[in-house]
Design a binder for this molecule. Structure first.
Ligand code: FUC
Length: 799
């Protein structure tokens, strides 16, 4: 058994109030725990014994936040499809016109009229509301494929084929034998160098030959030339004139390199060759033009810099950069990956495979690192950074009625808080267009965004009846800002980013809430539970989101010296309908009136927002509501789209039911996961990957209340294991080793210090020994409370 820490000098033994010490029989060691100082990379590779035939389910994703690529690993003609995250049709300049979703004509009294209808008739059909408040969407656009690198290689039958993605190094590799030559290709997307890198080599000199061409989709103009081993392709999207440029540099060791007038480069008889790709657009995230500098200069500079760097240095800089994030969390559930291709391991999955589950957890972290990086301009979209279509499913956009939020659920707890930077930047950039929508549509201060948005500040509405109206989205986005603060206790972030965003959204809602004639509470009206049912006043999710926002603002206003505004919000919070009602069959009501159908299995479980991601409903503070939430969740069933199953992992974890959380994880792996381990809605949608990783953290560690719960929802399928580097709110980093379902060693480092309460069932039945100088430590049942000094690592050992 590998201890979590070095020997400690001072220990305090905390006599438990509970019964005896852990039952005899010894603790099984955590199988395969890493040797000290040596990263445990076991089980962190997806691999296959054949090339990918299908982009969506088989090709392997690599990315650096802005550039993404899909590796097929074909032998004769290889296609590497790639993306640049800002390449979008739609928005200003779109051929079909663009209005940000704002009403093209003023509609005085339109919202008031719907509110009156709701007051009179209680429920109003979505079609009627859409006819009154919606309008046809124009110029919304879609995320684009940038193009494909097509490599034509000397065709040969390959033997001993292997294609893999090592998620610890973020390198995809293809190897095969053709004739008597072993060929190898490595692929990665470097964040430090901002290029896609493909390296081709062989185990004998002079064996690397291929022709590379760049193929672009038809919906754009482009000029493609090749000179000095560099292919340059530049043009503009036909729809909106957005300019793009891609440059591909081919470098060879040995052999020859020639260009042809079609803009292709041919390499013959080289020992090895490196292909570097840089790409950009003139997109800028500034309202209202959404244009920035021409990409030529930056793309050229990126490629020149990368081309001057030797391949081993590029590779090492990339590895180090990726591992700086990836290695922060290690998870060992005690499983061992069999020597079988990943698609077969997945196909064999019957509901329990600790190695696959741990890999799936880390894959979510890998995908977030690959699709959202600090310093980049747009957040991870519905497909992360990968898309092959001119018209992607849901435009591969930013759905704000759960999907973009789910993309970032894992960031804080899975120790990738810095990947949220482009998400926060994006939300901050929504404030200006969103203020225009708030003013023109609602006559309100603050800002608003509805059901979904694009990179061009689409903050208004369209007219799809069941998915067009969701002004609560901005408050849900603001939740992430405050939660980031709760994880980091970063005062500067609170002052400069979180609080200003929260405050403006709160101003919108102070102006927008109306008094419900039924009971005098403040409610949202019109209110719509996402994609489900009729319009009414005060649906549970609307109220719970506003509750969450107002609670956060009242907490933060004091810290910000904004007491007057805090008091105003606090007063409204007291009058607010909290959106938590128990209905006739014991369920948590989705609407203010008791309309829930126990046979309804709708994928959205919006009325449980307060349970997760909110903190309004917890087993400790609101047991009756928690039971009602469970009744609702059971009725919804264990099915749903990929992201819906992922949400249910989180719900069951918050209900402290580890076995049911694990059941949902297994349902997701069995029925909503593709061979490349991408989540499928269907089709491919990345939120389910991120949501599942977040759910697994919730099973192992929770900190949404005042306490840090260690292994709150550990399933019986994971009796022993070890996790390091998880994050808890309060700027805590937590390592846990457990066996027989109980924590036997917990290490906590408190970045800011202060009073900490940890809970684990082990301490209710035994004593706990605490290292590190802990005056005033208290052991009470399953709780241990102590005062931590900033930066000190404390180790609790169950005895
Ligand atoms: C929400 C969901 C759909 C889909 C879409 C992208 O609107 O209801 O299932 O995930 O987002």
């Amino acid at each position: 058994m590998q201890p979590l820490t070095e020997a400690v000098s001072r220990r305090v033994v905390l006599a438990g109030t509970g019964a005896a010490v852990v039952a005899a029989g010894g603790r099984p060691g955590v199988a395969g725990a890493a040797e000290a100082g040596r990263p445990d990379v076991d089980g962190l590779t997806l691999w296959y014994d054949a090339p990918a035939a299908d982009w969506e389910s088989q090709a392997l994703p690599i990315g650096n936040g802005t550039l993404g690529a899909m590796v097929f690993g074909r032998v004769g003609v290889e296609t590497i499809q790639f993306n640049e995250k800002t390449l979008w049709t739609g928005g200003p300049g779109s051929a079909s016109g663009y209005d940000f979703g704002n009403w093209r004509e003023p509609r005085p009294g339109a919202i008031t009229h719907i509110q009156e209808q709701i007051n009179d008739r209680v429920r109003v059909a979505p079609e009627e509301v859409a006819a009154a408040l919606g309008q046809a969407r124009i110029g919304y656009g879609s995320y684009q494929s940038f193009g494909e690198l097509v490599l034509t290689l000397p065709t040969a039958d390959a033997e001993n084929y292997r294609r893999e993605l090592d998620i610890a190094d973020a390198i995809a590799t293809v190897e095969y034998t053709a004739g008597d030559v072993r060929h190898r290709r490595e692929h990665f997307v470097s964040h430090p160098h901002r290029v896609i890198v493909v390296q081709l080599s062989a185990d004998r000199p002079g064996q690397v030959s291929f022709t590379v061409a760049v193929k672009l989709p038809a919906n754009r103009t482009a000029t493609t030339t090749a000179m000095n081993g560099r292919i340059t392709t530049a043009g503009a999207l036909t729809d909106n004139g957005l300019r793009f440029e891609g440059q591909v540099q081919i470098l060879v060791r040995g052999g020859t390199r020639t260009e042809n007038p079609a803009g292709e480069v041919t390499v013959a008889g080289a020992d090895s060759a490196t292909i570097l790709v840089a790409a950009g657009t003139n997109y800028g995230d500034r309202y209202p033009e959404y244009r920035g500098a021409d990409p030529h200069h930056r793309v050229t500079a990126d490629l020149d810099r990368a081309a001057k760097t030797a391949y081993p240095s590029l590779r090492e800089a990339h590895r180090r950069d990726h591992r700086g994030l990836f290695d922060r969390v290690r998870l060992d559930l005690g499983g061992r990956m069999p020597h079988r291709p990943t698609d077969q391991v997945l196909a064999d999955y019957q509901g329990a495979d600790r190695a696959l589950e741990a890999l799936f957890f880390q894959y979510g972290r890998y995908l977030l690192i690959a699709s959202s990086r600090d310093g980049e301009i747009l957040p991870a979209n519905l497909q992360g950074v990968w898309n092959r279509f001119e018209s992607a499913p849901w435009s591969a956009d930013y759905h704000t009625n759960i999907n973009i939020q789910m993309n970032y659920w894992l960031a804080g707890p899975a120790n990738l808080g810095d990947t949220t930077a482009p998400f926060f930047r994006f939300v901050e950039a929504l404030q200006r267009p969103g203020a225009e929508t708030a003013r023109t549509m609602f006559g309100n201060p603050g800002w608003v965004v509805h059901n979904e948005t694009n990179p061009f500040g689409f903050t208004g509405v369209h007219d799809w009846p069941t998915a067009f109206w969701f002004p609560e989205a901005a408050a849900w986005l603001a939740h992430h800002f405050y939660d980031h603060y709760r994880f980091t206790l970063d005062d500067r972030f609170l002052r400069d980013h979180a609080y200003p965003v929260m405050r403006e959204v709160a101003r919108f809602w102070l102006a927008e809430l109306v008094t419900d004639p039924r009971d005098g509470t403040l409610v949202v009206s019109p209110s719509y539970s996402p994609e489900h049912g009729d319009f009414s006043a005060g649906a549970a999710m609307s109220q719970q989101i506003v509750w969450d926002l107002f609670t956060a603002v009242t907490e933060a206003a004091g810290l910000m010296g904004d007491e007057q505004f805090g008091a105003e919000v606090g007063k409204a919070l007291k009058q607010l309908d909290p959106g938590t009602r128990i209905g006739s069959w014991g369920q948590l009501q989705e609407w203010k009136a008791d309309w829930d159908d126990p046979a309804d299995e709708h994928r959205h479980v919006s009325h449980l927002f307060g349970l997760h991601p909110g903190r309004q409903i917890t087993p400790a503070t609101t047991p009756a509501l928690t039971r009602a939430a469970e009744v609702s969740l059971r009725a919804r069933g264990d099915g749903g789209t990929g992201w819906s199953k992922a949400w249910k992992i989180n719900f069951w974890a918050r209900l402290l039911d580890g076995d049911h959380a694990h059941l949902m994880l297994s349902e997701q792996l069995k029925t909503s996961t593709l061979a490349n381990l991408w989540d499928t809605h269907p089709p491919f949608q990345i939120d389910g990957n991120f949501g599942a990783t977040a759910g697994i953290v919730e099973m192992l560690l929770q900190s949404h209340g005042d306490e840090v719960q260690i292994l709150p929802a550990l399933p019986s399928a994971w009796p022993a294991g070890r996790v390091t580097g998880l994050r808890a709110r309060g700027d805590l980093t937590v390592d846990i080793a457990w066996s027989a379902g109980l924590a036997h060693e917990v290490a906590v480092t408190a970045g800011h210090g202060g009073r900490i309460t940890l809970r684990n069932a082990a301490w209710a039945i035994g004593s706990a020994e605490l290292s590190g100088g802990t005056a005033g430590a208290v052991h009470d049942g399953d709780r241990v409370t102590f005062t931590a000094h900033p930066g000190t690592r404390y180790v609790l050992t169950s005895t």
